[in-house]
Design a protein around this ligand. Sequence first.
Ligand SMILES: O=C(O)CCC(=O)C(=O)O
Length: 288
Amino acid sequence: MTTDYSQFDQPVSEFLGENRSSAADLPQVLSEEQVQSYEENGYVAGIRILSEEQIEWLRNELAELVQPGHDGSELWHEYHSNESNAPNTVLFHALGAWRTRPGFHDLLWHPQFVGAAKQLLGGTVRFWHDQLFCKPAQHGGVVAWHQDYSYWTRTQPMAHLTCWLGLDEATRDNGCLQYVSGSHRWDLLPITGLAGDMDAIREVLTDEQWEQFQNPVAIELQPGEAAFHHPLLIHGSYENRTNGPRRAVVLNVIRDGVCSATNDPLMQGIPAIPSGQPLEGRFFPLLG
Ligand SMILES: O=C(O)CCC(=O)C(=O)O
């Protein structure tokens, strides 16, 4: 029978190994300069989170999760084996891996991740949701320029954070994340699409804003390293043109106290939280 790991609000496996720690003894992962750089630019990158063994563990779980009919397939909040709408390209995108496998579940409590998130959010960290973004070799599709909070206005106030964590080396050639530095100070923009036309956002930008897209910052990372970004920072990624996959897990968190702003369920398959009530309970565990 399928185990739904969302019933456990603490690690359940050996995934964290020596990395296990309690909320009280979380490490200070980021230097003061790194926190300052996040505030100035909207991101901080190159933060080591995973060991070799942990990368391998998650790669193995991911290999199961992309198979049709896999155990736990009924637990996904969203599952797109190909979200790309361009011909001949593939973007695998899914929300809810933490419910289906022990490694993806325990990853939420990784002290390097929670420690850094706590520093950047300036308070107690609560889980929002996870995402898998995978681009297969040679025909991996784009993720169009966007701000994350455009998709999250059903939760308020904005006190959110994204951690992008690579399971492969991320390079310009395989479609690493790209940031428009400083764009976290721009207003909230409307949704213009996630997996189609890379530049669809152009229609909602001023000419001055668009000029800044001429020099995006390519976030090249080693496997197991993370980049953290602000919910208004504009980011996207180009095709994977290499002979290897580009696989990533994204962890989205909030500062404890963020509330629902809708009476509809916040994600498919979970009960609604009435508007004005804080996110809490089984699907939004406290992390530290
Ligand atoms: O993995 C990618 O290329 C895009 C990820 C993304 O949009 C995000 O981390 O918010």
